[in-house]
Design a binder for this molecule. Structure first.
Ligand code: UTP
Length: 288
């Protein structure tokens, strides 16, 4: 049903300065894999066949990561390090059956502007959007949870998660009308509200299913030089004009990686659950 996904990776990652000047945030390791790999795994496990990255022209490293490297394979064989080949093959395996393509966002003019760059490739089909610094650790892949709603809704669906009161002012928060367990119709999107005035404690997670209609709403947003085009703003205007946009309170743990602290927290969470490293790390933690 849903075959395409857009992964914007052209942001500046300013919350990770100075490191993000040379290493794109999306390539930061989360335990032993780059952040973006978790999105690709989720997309594949959700039945996505075509992934469109929106990258900055300078950020070629991300593409290289997913390309085969026969030279390196040969070297590992020559140096009798064949046991390490499996680390390379897991990427080959992951990208098997996936069509990966790239479009460029010349200037970092916002997440919505990034998505707009994929318009020509997405064409007329609905598509998933992954912000790779949000990872969801769940039994059912987060995108599949959204697909289950989209199947009947046929309108944009946004992933939601409850956050604690003191964190509300850091997120996009939604005003909702409850439809059924976990499913909501979104009435309003409020960016970073004060906790006293917040319409709910449901925050927007970086997973969406969008319809191609969204492109025209993104185009309507201002494109002046310094003004960013933000997806949440375009969705807000869609809702204001009477279009249906749904929210689904996803199951699973939301692992945020957009700030230094949340990235460390997510590393800690996944490391301690890692089949190879978890037990050893717990021991070391006790010692220190
Ligand atoms: P974020 O706000 O999380 O990323 O955008 P950022 O802007 O890179 O980080 P900060 O806020 O400066 O620390 C969500 C996603 O949208 C992409 C980012 O790469 C990230 O995956 N994005 C953002 C773009 O592709 N282009 C943009 O102009 C902005």
């Amino acid at each position: 049903m849903l075959k395409k996904a857009v992964i914007p990776i052209a942001g500046l990652g300013t919350r990770f300065l100075p490191l993000s000047r040379v290493v794109p945030k999306e390539l930061f390791p989360l335990v032993d894999k780059p952040l973006v790999q978790y999105s690709i795994e989720e997309a594949k496990n959700s039945g996505i066949k075509e992934i469109i990255f929106v990258a900055r022209p300078k950020k070629k490293g991300i593409l290289e990561y997913f390309q085969e490297d026969p030279k390196l394979e040969k070297l590992l064989k020559q140096r009798k390090r064949t046991h390490l080949l499996k680390e390379l093959y897991q990427i080959k395996e992951l990208t098997k059956g996936l069509c990966l393509s790239v479009v460029f966002q010349k200037e970092p003019l916002g997440d919505g502007h990034a998505i707009l760059q994929a318009k020509k490739i997405v064409k007329k089909s609905p598509f998933g959007v992954f912000f790779p610094d949000d990872i969801v650790d769940s039994k059912t892949p987060c995108l599949v949870q959204l697909m289950n709603i989209f199947r009947t809704a046929q309108s944009p669906v946004i992933a939601l998660k409850k956050v604690s009161e003191e964190k509300i002012s850091s997120y996009g928060i939604v005003e909702v009308e409850k439809i059924s367990n976990r499913l909501f119709k979104i009435k309003k999107i409020v960016e970073k509200p004060e906790k006293e005035s917040a319409p709910s404690n449901l925050a927007i997670v970086g997973r969406y299913i969008l319809t191609p209609e969204v492109f025209s709403w993104l185009e309507k947003e201002s494109t002046s030089k310094h003004k960013e085009i933000i997806l949440a703003n375009a969705l807000r205007r869609m809702i204001e004009s009477g279009k249906a946009v749904y929210g689904y309170e996803i199951e699973g743990r939301w692992l945020e990686c957009g700030t230094k602290f949340s990235w460390l927290e997510s590393n800690l969470y996944l490391s301690l659950r890692h089949p190879e490293f978890g037990q050893r790390l717990k021991k070391i933690m006790k010692e220190i």
